[in-house]
Design a binder for this molecule. Structure first.
Ligand code: HEC
Ligand code: HEC
Length: 274
């Protein structure tokens, strides 16, 4: 066939193929997966899928300045494309500590569970990858992820000042509560609960600013075909108002996470405008 090959669009010096040699030397070891004999076959299967073909760390593991995975904080949360791929270790506050194995299997299979709905890059990962895995493989992934510890929960929940919480609550009531509920409990698989939601309590508020500014369409799978959407509120709310409402949801209904500043929101707005 005649096939027009797209020209390499990487900027210098990344366009020099040979530079991969140096990068590999620093960051790549050519070894096969070695099972841990002290763990079950199921755990090892999960470790193999997560570390290898599932590519979970590509998005969920923080990167060094050379773009390599920082293995010491494996799967503890990283930013990509204006989204924050959260901590998916078993950490009680920022990770999957509140999720059962079945919750995790349901999320990876359908994109939806009682805790969260997948959107953005994770919607792609669910649609094209995890929703097509066998139940046994998903169980193995769940067993493995639930065994991982992390200490990212140390992200200090700052005490937001009361005036901001009052303003944030008023903005929440006007703009969010119709869908997410006055008590943040959401509504089943349609409107995710914000109370006790690990995404809401991550150290980074990037995904939250993005959701409110740009809106979002949730995952679509054969198991969960509805794909509910959240409207973009960028036209309606100023950076300061979004910062207040996010600070409010991050510190209500049992949630505790750092306050969000108008500058945090402004930088995401700027990125979205490009
Ligand atoms: C292309 C990037 C990408 C890949 C690959 C990816 N994820 Fe994600 N993941 C994300 C993002 C971004 C989110 C946040 C989604 C959102 O805001 O709805 C997320 C969310 C999640 C959540 C929900 C966490 C929560 O607290 O709500 C789980 C669980 C998860 N991913 C597991 C996995 C597993 C397991 C794999 C590998 C099989 C994987 N992810 C691969 C980007 C990715
Ligand atoms: C018209 C209904 C609607 C309104 C109004 C709305 N949302 Fe949403 N929201 C949704 C839906 C549906 C989703 C799931 C979409 C997705 O995951 O892509 C969602 C997702 C979210 C999430 C991510 C939760 C997760 O686990 O994936 C957060 C956080 C959020 N909304 C906060 C807000 C805030 C703050 C406001 C007000 C400023 C707001 N929403 C207004 C419907 C709404």
């Amino acid at each position: 066939v005649s096939n027009k090959v797209e020209a390499n669009q990487l900027p210098f010096p990344l366009n020099i193929r040979l530079s991969m040699w140096g990068w590999n030397l620093l960051n790549f070891s050519e070894t096969a997966f070695t099972p841990d004999p002290s763990k079950s076959a199921e755990w090892n299967r999960g470790a193999y899928i997560v570390q290898g073909p599932g590519h979970c760390g590509t998005c969920h593991t923080p990167k060094s300045f050379l773009g390599a995975d920082k293995d010491s904080v494996f799967l503890q949360g990283a930013s990509l494309q204006g989204w924050f791929a959260p901590d998916i270790t078993n950490n009680a506050q920022s990770g999957l500590g509140k999720w059962s194995e079945d919750d995790l299997i349901q999320y990876l299979k359908t994109g939806v569970n009682a805790h969260s709905i997948a959107s953005g890059p994770m919607a792609e990962a669910v649609e094209n990858s995890t929703s097509k895995m066998t139940d046994a493989d998903l169980k193995a992934v769940a067993v493995y992820l639930k065994s991982l510890g992390s200490d990212t929960g140390a992200s200090q929940p700052a005490k937001p000042d009361q005036a901001r919480m009052v303003t944030g609550e008023a903005i929440y009531r006007d703009n969010c509560s119709a869908c997410h509920g006055g008590d943040g409990a959401g509504a089943g698989a349609l409107f995710p609960s914000l109370a006790g939601n690990a995404l809401v309590a991550q150290g980074s508020s990037e995904t939250l600013s993005r959701l409110v500014l740009a809106g979002s369409q949730a995952v679509h799978t054969t198991h969960a075909p509805t794909s509910p959407a959240m409207p973009s509120l960028a036209w309606r709310l100023k950076d300061r108002e979004i910062a207040d409402v996010l600070t409010y949801i991050r510190n209500s209904w049992g949630n505790a996470a750092p306050v969000v500043s108008a500058d945090d929101v402004a930088s995401v707005r700027k990125e979205l405008m490009q």
